[in-house]
Design a protein around this ligand. Sequence first.
Ligand code: GLA
Length: 660
Amino acid sequence: MAYGGDYNPEQWPEEVWAEDMRLMREAGVTMVSVGIFSWALLEPSEGVFDFSRMDRILDVLQENGIAADLATPTAAPPAWFFRAYPEALPVDRDGRRLSYGSRQTFCPSSPTYRRASLRIAEALAGRYATHPAVVMWHVHNEYGCHNDACYCDTSAAAFRTWLRARYDDDLDALNHAWGTTFWSQWYYTWDQILPPRATGAVPNPTHQLDWRRFCSDELLSLCTAEREVLRQAAPGIPATTNFLVLRTIDALDYWRWAPELDLLSNDHYLMSDDPEAEIDIALNGDLMRSLAGGSWFLMEHSTGAVNWQPVNRAKNPGEMRRNALAHVAHGADGIAFFQWRAAKAGAEQWHSAMLPHAGTDSQIWRDVVQLGTDLKALAEVRGSTVAAQVAIVWDWDARWALELPAQPSGELRYQDLVRDWYTPLWRAGIAVDFIRPDDPELDRYKLVLAPSLYLVTEAAAANLTRFTESGGTLAVGFHSGMVDENCHVYLGGYPGAFRDVLGVMTDELFPLLPEQTTGLTGDVPAATTADLWSERIRLTGAQAVASYADGPLAGHPAVTRHHHGNGTAWYLATHPDQDTLTALLHRIHQEAGATPEHEAPAGIEVVRRRGTEADYLFLIDHTGKGAEAPAEGIELLTGTPITGTVTVPPGGVAVVREPR
Ligand code: GLA
């Protein structure tokens, strides 16, 4: 298991490096990411390179047996670049050209940026392709984190080129796809089309959706161009770029990105206002494992507080270790942090690190050393993966479209809706994969959940319907199946694309106001309420499991169940309270025959990674009280043989190697 973090020795006098090496060895660090933001030092003026410092850094790492994940520094172009090419600075939606002085402030479509970034990538790759310390390429850093879109004229031209490819050079096809007869938006020539810049009223939805697709593709083409340069120079060294899945950052369609990389890596940060951030870690980890089709690498998380939220919460005792080992449980084969040594100066001086400002006489340092020991003990877990009977559909087009303006409700957040359904499964210890809606091998699952699939293509809806017909169980959340890939409403009643498989027809939507709730009765716990959403359903084959107890829809079905072909399709046409959702999903997964990974008391997270020779049962205590669970094998973190019962310490973790 690789262990380490971002290492920025250029921020420190070289005398400090020796101490870094000594302490890295003490903590069990095996790999660090270097050079991520080093462009200004590596290329002090255009085309003039100075690799002397990087030579010394890599040599020092090599001498100390620490591997390097060497980054292309292209996320932070230097000042000289923007002085020479001010047109490469991005323009925001309101037409303001941004200035340099932070990082990732460049126009993704700028030819000068592309040229300059490939030149430094090529120079770096040429110089270090055979350096023995370099084991991985770190392409750029978190594409789309700060510059998901640029609205300048160069980007406009690139957008038009992308659109001409998407619509086969057929402007009428674009006009029809975008529905431009509405509000007099018809385009007569390609050059009339602009990025969706700030405008007086609601912009065209399909225009915005295509723009998001374009922006993701545009950044991807920068990434693959750099990857190509690295591959040419060093075909044997795998290339990754660090992904980032946040509730608020969703610029990239990672289903399209994943196949372009040799290895997937993710950055994960806790939100201070999330009372159950451990669920976010699990969800993210499962998503990453699904994108990777196996194990992945945690490129960044934090030892303590970050510095970019309104108030930055420190981690509670034991929380950092639980976080890191939970990432491993959900498929990470290496753990790293931002960053090695806490910065004294600069924008991230208040961000935690492996080696804090206080130095080694600190709780964080002791925890970092402990984690190094833990990861050594888990070495054999590497390469094992999780086998799930349940899949949740995750789709960036659906996410982007759902969160466009002028929806029936502006209160719907994709990641929240998915997490609502993920949570009960997580609590029950049921392993979950994330899948694309058009996944061609759905039959490997017993249960497929589509909590939020506002946009779905006809082909993907047919795919999910076929899965049901051939005996699977499908559960669909409200406001799904509403529009096609062009954001056109499926006519004839909602939820258009899923009407037949669900056996229902909705003639009108009744979204609820913030704070408004409605009661539910039927086969649901007493005093059930729901919020966010309701709709007037007519049954066309399904049976009502629960109905509205009050309000304008009193007596109408709210949750339905439909035998379709050899399978069953559930529709949750509202947003029940979490207890009721838990009860419903419990019934749904039980009827589908999906089983928990292992028996464990409430509050213990359970994940099983399956290897070729053994399985690894992860038990993580989130109650603070600890617990006992049945198990057989060896507890790897302590090396203790387990016969019958394993003890999970309060706030701690147990990992049992189970015999086959
Ligand atoms: C991101 C970046 C890092 C650092 C961290 C701070 O993940 O990739 O360079 O800024 O955030 O949390």
